[in-house]
Design a protein around this ligand. Structure first.
Ligand SMILES: *Cc1c(COP(=O)(O)O)cnc(C)c1O
Length: 390
């Protein structure tokens, strides 16, 4: 067997995003025990940095061992009991996954369905809550990676709390790329992932739960139907007692430590502005090339851009051209959007003007390869970016 020799790619898909060199270096630090005082100090720092990035003072703030989906499952197995009514906003693939997870633990799902490319309104939610007064939990995806929609959530927590329910938020593609502001927004349970706007490798799921949520956990009728993802157990290690439950993924946590350190060194506001400005440049470039964006600018995510594939352009062939000729990865659409859109990540370390310029040039060449000539998007992208930076 030969030693690994991976060709690097410019990762401009919906995750994983480019991992900075210092994060990769952190991953190769010596492995020590998970009770080693050196490591326990890192654990403390990770929790404190996660609180800052989440915008919360929640005691229970920790990285779940597993990708973003493990965070989702942790949220569902701990905060949904058999027979609970759960309203789930389904505006894309990731909302649909929450439905499946709730059904697996015997929850009764009420779907708030929205066409792909659109967002739910607070009026829609109010209407459903009126019809289902026993609702115990409302689950919603803040940044729907399958459509590129940013779901507005102003006022949602007040409404949900008024009805005695909890608000669960999927912030996988939001955290580190836009404000999540858990406490200010009144979110109760929030999970994320490391490989999107935090630019660490996949493998951990930042997670936080409010005291209101923990009260719910403490008053459960049935025990949590998962051994590994039982918050009662692993909050003992991540709480002050450091009781062994499962071995902390040491190296992954080194990586997350460094990724969070970079986020806070840049500054949260500066980072969010960078994401918006680079996304704005990409949008201007794509439009200058004659392409149409899927989502209305008022609900468009900075971290994932969805653009309609021009008629007559072969999706797979173009993406293969990008990967082979330019070593750039973007993604296609999922489910009903398959073959109709491309999804371009503007995430974390990858959110730079130079990357967008490279992509715009490569896209144009890829289309020319299929006999389709379009104008350059480079100048428009640069002009919008410069205007934002003046
Ligand atoms: C990527 C993603 C997930 C799933 O995360 P994994 O790390 O792939 O398990 C969940 N929700 C959203 C919105 C995502 O973008």
């Amino acid at each position: 067997m030969e030693a690994l020799d991976i060709q690097p790619r410019l990762l401009l898909g919906p995750g994983p995003s480019p991992v900075p060199y210092s994060v990769r270096r952190a991953l190769s630090e010596p492995v020590v025990g998970h009770m080693d005082p050196q490591f326990l100090a890192i654990v403390d720092h990770i929790q404190s940095m996660l609180r800052q990035v989440f915008g919360t003072s929640n005691r229970l703030t920790l990285p779940v061992s597993g990708t973003g989906s493990a965070g989702m499952e942790t949220a569902i197995v701990n905060f949904v009991e058999p027979g609970d009514t759960v309203i789930v906003v389904v505006a894309g693939v990731f909302g649909r996954r929450i439905v499946e997870a709730v059904e697996k633990v015997g929850g009764h799902v009420v779907c708030l369905e929205v066409p792909m490319g659109e967002a739910a309104t607070i009026g829609d939610l109010q209407h459903l809550l009126d019809h289902h007064p026993k609702t115990r939990l409302v689950a919603v995806v803040m940044a729907e990676t399958s459509t590129g929609v940013l779901q507005p959530l102003a006022g949602w927590a007040e409404l949900v709390h008024d009805r005695g329910a909890l608000l669960l938020v999927d912030a996988v593609t939001a955290l580190g790329g836009m404000p999540v502001d858990v406490d200010r927004n009144g979110f109760d349970v929030v999970f994320s992932g490391t490989q999107k706007c935090l630019s660490a490798p996949p493998g951990l799921s930042p997670f936080t739960a409010s005291d209101r949520a923990l009260d719910r956990l403490d008053s459960r009728r049935a025990s949590v139907p998962s051994w590994y993802l039982d918050l009662n157990a692993f909050r003992q290690y991540w709480g002050n007692k450091r009781v062994y439950h499962h071995t902390a993924p040491i190296s992954m946590l080194y990586g997350l430590y460094e990724a969070l350190r970079l986020v806070l060194r840049e500054g949260l506001d500066a980072r969010y502005t960078r994401h918006r400005q680079v996304a704005g440049a990409l949008w201007a470039g794509l439009e200058a090339m004659g392409m149409e964006l899927l989502v209305d600018p008022s609900i468009r995510l900075p971290s994932v851009t969805t653009v309609k594939i021009p008629d007559g352009v072969d999706d797979m062939r173009l993406r293969q051209h990008l990967l082979e000729q330019d070593h750039i990865e973007i993604a296609g659409g999922l489910h009903s959007l398959s073959g109709k859109i491309w999804r371009i990540g503007v995430m974390g370390h990858g959110a730079r003007l130079s990357n967008m310029i490279e992509l715009l040039v490569a896209l144009r060449r890829g289309m020319a390869d299929q006999g389709r000539q379009v104008s350059s998007g480079v100048e428009a992208a640069e002009a919008i970016y410069n205007r934002g930076n003046r």
